[in-house]
Design a protein around this ligand. Structure first.
Ligand code: GDP
Ligand code: MN
Length: 376
């Protein structure tokens, strides 16, 4: 789960990290009122769940209320990497001396939280990682010790030489680590953390992602969720017992079992096709699940063909076939379907499918190739 910058800033504030004041706005009128209230230079910032807003024109400095209004007119409604801007943050702008990057994530190699810090802040860190990887300090944090004072200072000294700034930075780093641990985050980033003209440190952008599997114990964080259209579909799917992840391809997949669903996507890729989704309908033959799953697949405009791949284990293929037929009878499916059944009672199942004049195939490879040829 991701949250917006304005939400991350609020969390930072609650932990005592210095963040400039801001007001969230949904309309140009609200921006005007906010800019007047701030009564000095502001920065108008698109609130979308993607990075690189600055480059895309979604972050604009405004010296006057008029500037802020014209920035809001440009930014509200704008498209940034496929996200429409519905709200902007009007934030107190700071005069920047230098920008730094600070981020925490989980490192599988060291099995610990990895603290990343760089004096090359402001730009996208992925870019720094490519062009100048040595400019990013990476420090694993001992899970037993946590972020100790000496470690926080050690990292701070890598970025700053001025003692007052080292102290401020070390304090921010410790708080950032606490946020990361307290909220079951998977990423926390301040980019940029800046030194202002008054030599004070300030977090002027915030990014946070959370571990979805920990949300059950993070009620306060879960409340912050503002799902995208795709995520809303995934949540609805979960409620009807389906595990669905949308992808960019055009072959809609319906599979029973997560492992088989992964294998199905691999085989489609192997033959040069592109899956539109991951979809695990679980191990039942309940026609309602198939109906829900078909509706889900058909709601995706990119889906040109549906590939159903069922392996009968405890669930018998003839039961699944009956469920499929019941479901398809109730639906008006206009795109081609390819059905592969294998395992327990596969023959009986295929008979039922064939009796309904639905196309079947004999193997997973054949199913993938047929689906790909139907797309083309
Ligand atoms: P991002 O592009 O999505 O990462 O958005 P940021 O919030 O990081 O803003 C992008 C860039 O805009 C920053 O790296 C700064 O250079 C600039 N910027 C943002 N806020 C301010 C501000 O208050 N004052 C000044 N002078 N520049 C700012
Ligand atoms: Mn940023």
């Amino acid at each position: 789960m991701k949250i917006h910058e304005y939400q991350a800033r609020q969390l930072f504030r609650e932990y005592g990290i210095p963040v400039p004041d801001d007001i969230l706005c949904y309309t140009v009128e609200e921006v005007e009122a906010a800019a007047k209230k701030m009564n000095r230079m502001t920065v108008v910032k698109a609130q979308v769940l993607v990075g690189g807003r600055g480059k895309a024109g979604g972050v604009k400095l405004a010296r006057t209320t008029e500037d802020a209004v014209s920035a809001a007119k440009q930014i509200l409604g704008m498209d940034i990497k496929g996200c429409t801007v519905e709200k902007v943050l009007v934030a107190d702008a700071v005069d920047i001396k230098k920008e730094y990057y600070v981020g925490l994530t989980i490192d599988r190699n060291t099995k610990s939280v990895l603290f990343m810090a760089s004096a090359e802040g402001g730009v996208e860190i992925e870019e720094v990682a490519k062009v100048n990887p040595d400019a990013i300090h990476k420090i694993p944090i001992d899970p037993d010790l946590g972020m100790t004072d000496f470690m926080a200072r050690k990292i701070a000294f890598k970025l700053f030489s001025d003692i007052a700034q080292v102290k401020q930075a070390a304090d921010i780093f410790k708080k950032l680590y606490r946020i990361f641990m307290d909220t079951d985050a998977s990423i926390v980033e301040i980019n940029p953390l800046v030194v202002t003209n008054n030599d004070a440190l300030s977090a002027i952008d915030g990014k946070m992602n959370f571990d979805d599997n920990a949300l059950y114990r993070q009620a306060e964080i879960e409340k912050l969720n503002e799902p995208t259209e795709d995520e809303k579909k995934e949540i609805a799917a979960k409620a009807s017992g389906l595990t669905y992840i949308r992808l960019d391809g055009n072959i809609g997949c319906m599979v029973n079992g997560a492992g088989l669903a992964m294998a199905t996507m691999d085989v489609i890729k192997h033959f040069g096709g592109s899956p539109a989704n991951f979809l695990d309908i679980g191990g039942s033959s309940n026609p309602q699940k198939v109906i829900d799953a078909m509706n889900l697949l058909m709601s995706d405009k990119n889906v040109k063909v549906i590939m159903i791949n069922i392996f009968g284990g405890i669930t018998r293929c003839d039961d699944v076939a009956k469920g499929l037929v019941t479901a398809l009878d109730q639906l008006n499916v206009k795109i081609p379907i390819v059905i592969r059944l294998s395992g327990t009672n596969a023959e009986e199942g295929l008979k039922i499918i064939k009796a309904k004049n639905l196309p079947t195939v004999n193997s997973l490879s054949e199913a993938a190739q047929k689906a790909i040829s139907l797309v083309n």
